[in-house]
Write a protein that binds this ligand. Structure first.
Ligand code: ZN
Length: 364
């Protein structure tokens, strides 16, 4: 190997080394650029997203609704919803309205041997739903007035009108079973049972259609306990008490408390044709009688009870006093009338004060 060859080899090696360095430097720059591109853009720290606020639900309760005895004449002339037009405001600002449907709804059957028998034309039910009544109890002393078949027709017609029915059924299971309703984000269980039945043949049995009876409270209490495990809110609607009595009989007060002990959140009642007062027990409200709501000409006043619940707990209960004109309940607006009606309700209640705004408060 001569000197020229050696020097050429050295030069080649130097060039190779330099080329390697240039390549390496280029690679480093390229890699840094890619890293910069891949790096996420720097952002200001974001606020944690709050969970959605639980929404309160408003449930409205009214008393006896009869679509016979003259009410039907007005309903056929102006539409069933007209009968409720004087109370439309509270009915539209709620999530669910519940009443007691105090008649058979059928074109069939024969009047049973009793003093008053009521039967309504099925065509009148669409207006009931239109007026804002979403659920009814049929556990009362009139749903069976035209016999078993007409009672079953009543159930079918009510459900066909997309109104939830409780308190009657093809057998005991169906009659006593609560209706579970999704109201807002809460699950509401509604039960209906009667302590006013003309005879034993009306009572639903394992293999016999009929009405849910609470002469013996065991079955109803069992249903409440079960419903408690499945629902956020358990509401019981009874037909009970003595006609024209503005005070509950001792049985009503005892039964209401048994139901609350079993897990009911709210106990509602009707039948006496007049209003009875309120009572709180373990922080739960009892409404002894909502009286007549759309019933007969003799009715002079009535009320609507509106309750707001959040996460299964009652936030507020308000009584909306109503006057009554020609089968129609009307929200009382005259201050003097409101004052008289609210004062009367407070007088017949137990440990409850009623504000001028109708808000109920437990006296502690
Ligand atoms: Zn009744």
């Amino acid at each position: 190997m001569n000197r020229d060859t050696t020097s050429r080899m050295r030069k080649t090696l130097v060039y190779l080394a330099m080329a390697c360095l240039v390549l390496a430097a280029g690679f480093v720059v390229f890699q840094q650029q890619s890293l910069q591109q891949a790096a996420p853009p720097i952002q200001p720290p974001s606020k944690p997203v709050p969970p959605p606020k639980p929404q309160p639900i408003t449930l409205t309760f009214v008393g006896d609704i009869l679509l016979d005895e003259g009410v039907d004449v007005v309903a056929k002339q102006h539409g069933t919803a007209y009968l409720f037009s004087g109370v439309a405001k509270p009915f539209t600002m709620d999530n669910l309205t519940v009443g007691n449907l105090e008649c058979a709804v059928s074109t069939r059957g024969k009047a049973e041997d009793k003093t008053y028998t009521f039967r309504a034309d099925p065509a009148l039910l669409a207006g009931l739903k239109q007026a804002g009544i979403e659920a009814v109890t049929l556990a009362n002393n009139h749903a069976h007035d035209f016999g078993r078949q007409a009672m079953l027709d009543t159930l079918d017609h009510v459900r066909a009108a997309k109104i939830t029915a409780v308190g009657a059924g093809r057998n005991a299971d169906e009659a006593y079973r609560p209706a579970f309703m999704a109201v807002g984000k809460q699950r509401v269980a509604l039960l209906g049972a009667s302590h006013v039945l003309p005879n034993n043949s009306w009572v639903a049995r394992d293999n016999r259609p009929g009405i849910a009876s609470v002469y013996d409270s065991a079955r109803v209490l069992k249903e409440i306990r079960q419903a408690r495990t499945k629902a956020d809110l358990v509401v019981v609607y009874f037909h009970w008490g003595k006609e024209k009595m503005t005070r509950p009989v001792p049985h009503q007060r005892e039964l209401a408390k048994e139901c609350i002990d079993a897990g009911a959140d709210l106990v509602i009642g009707s039948h006496p044709h007049v209003l009875e007062g309120f009572e709180y027990y373990k922080g739960r409200l009892i409404v002894y009688s909502l009286g007549n709501f759309v019933f007969n000409k003799r009715t002079r006043s009535t009320m609507i009870v509106q309750t707001t619940f959040l996460d299964g707990k009652m936030q507020k209960a308000t009584v909306i006093p109503c006057t009554y004109a020609k089968y129609r309940p009307l929200v009382a607006t005259a201050p003097a009338t409101r004052k008289t009606l609210l004062a009367n309700l407070q007088n017949i209640s137990y440990g409850v004060t009623i504000g001028t705004d109708g808000v109920l408060k437990e006296k502690k």
